[in-house]
Structure formats: structure tokens, C-alpha cells
Design a protein around this ligand. Structure first.
Ligand code: MG
Length: 382
């Protein structure tokens, strides 16, 4: 049963290009299906989460991360009687604008674009679903519902918000997003904090002794060791992490339920107008999460092996951007045409945006190959 404060596909704020309602699906189901059939979604398979795609077959990629977010978010949505289809659609699309090589790629591209409006993956996700996907006869983009687009745009600066139309307004007017969007945002954090521990331990960049400094981990780890003293290796880690996810999900559900009961919203507009987000962890869990995040930042994201990869990612992205900016004829013919048109219409900023779109759309391995083709002097790679 749908709660009165949940998003309702029959009362959607609609699509940019009006379309007839789908026959056997809700509007939000259709959005979810369009995302799965998009080119941007398929590319997530070959994009870095923390580890570069080719470093090992067992690590998370942007695709498996997005599926884990959808799994966590959907189960919470069902418990809170929110719209599961919208939650799933937002989850699957939330990282669609990521560059190759994860955050390192984004930072590098943002630096390249500093004189041309910058680059931000959230806004790029919106740009992909609104403009860059070109598969439909009647419109560019996927023509998704307002509620899905609102959820994909997790945050943005006030300066950018002013140029984003309807989905930018809430940042200017200081309003909240739907509960489905709030929920997906936190499910994203639950997913990456926990799977990064798993990948970190699997890769040997983190070890159990270090992890036991983190309270969320040590509490569940001790319980597992008490109950299953002979459990070894991956099973011990998986048992610990699944319990950590469970503990965080239960805390989120219970705290959010209390928040909702206190505020008693009667519609999605009441949710949007409330001064604070209603989907949240308890204060205690928030503190534990901050401790875990800090630990991962210091010990995994800045581990010297990851950092060396980061340096290489900067070099690949910066070099590709610069070489295309200086000579458009190095672009593939389709992109060359669009870049020339953008240069005529909007000057250098227009040209730079087309190149940023092209580079951001690359998978890790495509970017690496393109770099070898353009700069390699060994192996005759053309
Ligand atoms: Mg994510």
C-alpha cells in the first residue's frame, strides 16, 4: 500500500515532452526500463568505482555498485511504503554521469573545464538522461519524469541550479526532494561504505586488524567470531559486512519512521516543504558512519596504490581533453561535427562541453586505449 507521502506515478509532475501513458506499466516503471536500455547504463560495467576495471574481476564496478544501491534502496522503500519503481529508477541512474577512473577522473575533467563552466558528475548524470542519450524518435534524452530527474540531481551549486530549470528550483528555494530520492542517496552511502571494505580487504589494501579500529566493523566482527569461531577468509568478512548493512538499514528504517510519524506529512508536497530530510540515520549511527568514512578515506582512497592510479587517471583525462581541444580533427567524425557546430554557436565553451561529454562518456578501458592510440610510441597502436 502506497503511503500518502510517497511519490505517485499517476500524479507525476510529468515529462518534458508529453507522451501517452504506458499500457501495462506505471510511469516510474517506464523510467526504470528506459534507464536499463540506455547506452550510459551499459557503460557503467566498465567504469571504476574505487579499483580500475581491469585490476580484478571481483571488485565492484559502477554497474554492480548501482545494483547494490537499488537492492538496498528498494527493500527500504517497500518497508516504508514508498514507490519502489521510482526508487529503483533513481538508484540505477544515480552514477550514470561518472567519468572513467572514478572521482579522480571527475576531478581531472573539472580542472580541464574550469574556464568553461566546470564538470560535475551529478549534473552530467542529468545531462545524459535529458540530452545526450539519442535513441528515441521524438526527443533527445530519455524524457524521464520530473521525479526521476529530481532524484538523479542529488546536489548542485546555486550557480548551476539557476540553469537547470524545474529540477534546480529546490536548491534555490531550499526545499527537499521526495522521500524516494532522499532514501536512494543514503542507500548509496550504505552500499559504498560496506562494499569498499569488502573490496579493500579482498585486495589486501586493508587488513582485519586495521578494520577493528572502526566500531561499526568491530561490533559485528566480534559477534561473528563469537558465533562462528572457526569461520575463515571471505565467509568471515561477508558475514560481518552483511550484518553491518543490516544494522544500518534497520537504524535508517526506524529513525525515518519516527521522523515521519512526528511530522505526519499528508502528501509529497508536505515532504518537499519540510525544513529537514525525513529519511535519516540516528545521531549515533551518523557518528559511526562518519568514523567509517574517515577511515576509508585515510586508509583506502588515499592508499598509495590507489593514489598512483589516481595520478595516472589525471594524466589520461588531461591529455585527452587537451589534445582534442587543440585539434578537433582528432575526434571521431560524429563528435567532430557536433564540436564544430557547438564552436560556431557558443564559442570555446561549447566546443569544450562537447569534448567533456565525449571524454566523460568513455569507459576506463576505452580511455586507456584512446590514450595509447594518440600518445603511444610503442606497439604501433592505431
Ligand atoms: Mg554511487
Amino acid at each position: 500500500m502506497r503511503a500518502p507521502y510517497a511519490a505517485n506515478p499517476e500524479k507525476s509532475k510529468g515529462r518534458k515532452f508529453p507522451e501517452a501513458s504506458p499500457t501495462y506499466r506505471s510511469e516510474f516503471q517506464r523510467d526504470r526500463d528506459r534507464i536499463i536500455h540506455s547506452t550510459g547504463f551499459r557503460r557503467l560495467e566498465y567504469k571504476t568505482q574505487v579499483f580500475v576495471n581491469h585490476e580484478g574481476d571481483l571488485y565492484r564496478t559502477r554497474l554492480t555498485h548501482s545494483l547494490e544501491v537499488a537492492q538496498i534502496a528498494r527493500s527500504i522503500a517497500r518497508t516504508l511504503n514508498l514507490d519502489e519503481d521510482l526508487t529503483e529508477a533513481i538508484s540505477l541512474a544515480h552514477d550514470i554521469g561518472h567519468t572513467p577512473f572514478g572521482h579522480a577522473g571527475q576531478d581531472a575533467l573539472n580542472a580541464c573545464m574550469k574556464d568553461y563552466g566546470g564538470f560535475e558528475h551529478n549534473i552530467q548524470s542529468l545531462r545524459i538522461i535529458d540530452v545526450l542519450e539519442k535513441n528515441y524518435a521524438d526527443f533527445n534524452g530519455l524524457n524521464l519524469c520530473f521525479e526521476t530527474r529530481e532524484g538523479v540531481l542529488k546536489h548542485c551549486s546555486l550557480k548551476n541550479a539557476a540553469n537547470l530549470g524545474d529540477v534546480g528550483e529546490r536548491f534555490i528555494n531550499k526545499k527537499q526532494s521526495s522521500l524516494e530520492a532522499q532514501l536512494t542517496n543514503i542507500a548509496d552511502q550504505i552500499a559504498y561504505n560496506n562494499h569498499d571494505i569488502d573490496d579493500g580487504l579482498r585486495s589486501g589494501l586493508l587488513n582485519i586488524e586495521q578494520m577493528r579500529e572502526v566500531q561499526l566493523f568491530s561490533t559485528q566482527y566480534d559477534k561473528v567470531m563469537w558465533k562462528h569461531p572457526d569461520l575463515k577468509g571471505n565467509r568471515r568478512i561477508h558475514e560481518t559486512i552483511r550484518r553491518m548493512i543490516g544494522e544500518q538499514v534497520v537504524d535508517l528504517v526506524e529513525t525515518s519512521r519516527e521522523n515521519i510519524a512526528k511530522v505526519n506529512p499528508q502528501s509529497i508536497e508536505d515532504v518537499r516543504n519540510h525544513s529537514e530530510q525525513l529519511i535519516s540515520f540516528s545521531d549515533e549511527m551518523r557518528t559511526h558512519n562518519q568514523e567509517l568514512k574517515k577511515f576509508l578515506r585515510e586508509n583506502l582512497y588515499f592508499h598509495h596504490k590507489v593514489y598512483r592510479m589516481t595520478r595516472k587517471a589525471h594524466q589520461v583525462i588531461e591529455s585527452l581533453f587537451e589534445v582534442f581541444m587543440n585539434d578537433l580533427r582528432l575526434l571521431p567524425p560524429g563528435h567532430l561535427k557536433i564540436a564544430r557546430e557547438a564552436l560556431l554557436a557558443e564559442g570555446m565553451a561549447g566546443q569544450a562541453r562537447v569534448i567533456a561529454d565525449y571524454v566523460a562518456g568513455m569507459t576506463d578501458r576505452y580511455a586507456t586505449r584512446e590514450y595509447s592510440r594518440l600518445f603511444g610510441i610503442e606497439g604501433n597502436v592505431f
